[in-house]
Design a protein around this ligand. Structure first.
Ligand SMILES: *Cc1c(COP(=O)(O)O)cnc(C)c1O
Length: 356
């Protein structure tokens, strides 16, 4: 892929001190356009700047929009690593296909990410727990409010230096089990990473926060019975000696962290069951003490320990609201791999090489 590079003539100062999520953006962004005649074309890295779009641009009306989320990590010896970007590339193509949007070739996606991170490599922070969050996204640009898939699209990547997800260190979250709203239904867009899924989920998140909880636990959209995800993370439960997590059959987002944690667990000798887990089964396991640990998995938080589950008037604490041994072990293993502190026998990390 030919990428035109125009560096910013007025680079900003890098933020100092703690970095809150999504507050700062780097000097550059990647853009590329699509139309039926040329396909993907005009790949370019340009100074970070606002976009101009027609008010009738179809993304504003029918929400053809998909995105990804991954991170670049700075190692102690100043290399920059990406974590399994090919998984994001593949998932992005799947999301686009579901929303009738043109797919990006997976190698093009990775090259675009690597080139932009390389141009702004000074922006990859080096503080404890800090990284550069990478947000690729794609949307319909065609002007015209006819309700059909658009004929033109844009793909962008922006970068944001972020701090450790838990400013005060890893701490267990309180979960509200949502039995009214749903996130996804069979045949819908649950497996696609698209903005529309988030728009539909905010009402439940607001409700949970008003009631004093951090996140919602989503149940399946048909029976409101089986556990699916927690907030925008996959979710896992250590019940006895077995780890249980929802299968990715269409309503659950196939997380890169989820897949990585499953591999790590199997290697550590755990049985991992990808199965439908009824909320009643989960709550009675919690009440009897059989539920030993619970955690969410996602790129932003890596591992989010769960300390409390509230469902229909009943609260259950998990592991006395302390971070479990396995939860902590998974967090350490994964973050050590991502920051290059542990030998990567899985070949999950990709170094971003420096262009001459
Ligand atoms: C992005 C996302 C996840 C986590 O995926 P990772 O690849 O691990 O970051 C889980 N659930 C939802 C709904 C998501 O959007």
């Amino acid at each position: 892929m030919k990428i035109r590079i125009e560096r910013s003539s007025s680079p900003q100062n890098k933020p100092e001190g703690p970095l809150s999520f999504g507050r700062y953006y780097t000097d550059s962004m990647f853009q590329m356009d699509w139309n039926p005649e040329q396909g993907w074309h005009d790949a370019r890295i340009t100074p970070y700047a606002p976009l101009t779009l027609d008010p009738s641009a179809m993304v504003f009306h029918y929400a053809q929009e998909t995105f990804e989320g991954l991170k670049a990590y700075r190692t102690e010896d100043d290399r920059i690593l990406l974590f399994r970007p090919e998984m994001n590339a593949r998932r992005f193509a799947q999301s686009n296909r579901r929303l009738c949007m043109p797919e990006l070739p997976e190698d093009g996606f990775i090259e675009a990410v690597q080139s932009l991170v390389d141009v702004d490599r000074d922006w990859v922070p080096s503080g404890e727990g800090q990284s550069l969050y990478i947000r690729p996204f794609c949307f319909a640009t065609q002007a015209g409010i006819g309700a059909h898939p658009a004929q033109t699209y844009r793909f962008l990547i922006i970068l944001s230096p972020v701090g450790a997800y838990y400013a005060g260190g890893l701490s267990p979250v309180k979960i509200y089990v949502e039995d009214e709203y749903i996130r996804a239904a069979p045949g819908g867009t649950g497996f696609a990473k698209c903005g529309g899924n988030y728009a539909g989920a905010f009402a439940a998140q607001e409700k949970a926060e008003k009631l004093g909880y951090d996140q919602v636990l989503w149940l399946d959209g048909v029976e409101r019975k089986y556990v699916e995800e927690v907030g925008a993370m996959n979710v896992m439960f250590l019940i006895g000696d077995t780890v249980v997590t929802a299968p990715t059959e269409g309503t659950v987002l196939p997380g890169v962290t989820r897949d990585s944690v499953i591999q790590l667990l199997k290697e550590k000798g755990y049985t991992v069951e990808e199965r439908h887990l009824a909320i009643e089964e989960l709550m009675s396991a919690a009440a009897s003490g059989e539920l030993k640990e619970a955690w969410g998995t996602g790129t932003a938080a890596v591992i989010a320990p769960i300390g409390e589950l509230y469902y229909r008037g009943q609260s259950c604490f998990v592991n006395d609201q302390q971070i479990g041994t396995l939860t902590m072990d998974l967090y350490t293993t994964l973050t050590d791999l991502q920051w290059g502190r542990r030998h990567d026998c899985y070949q999950w990390t990709h170094q971003v090489s420096e262009r001459k």
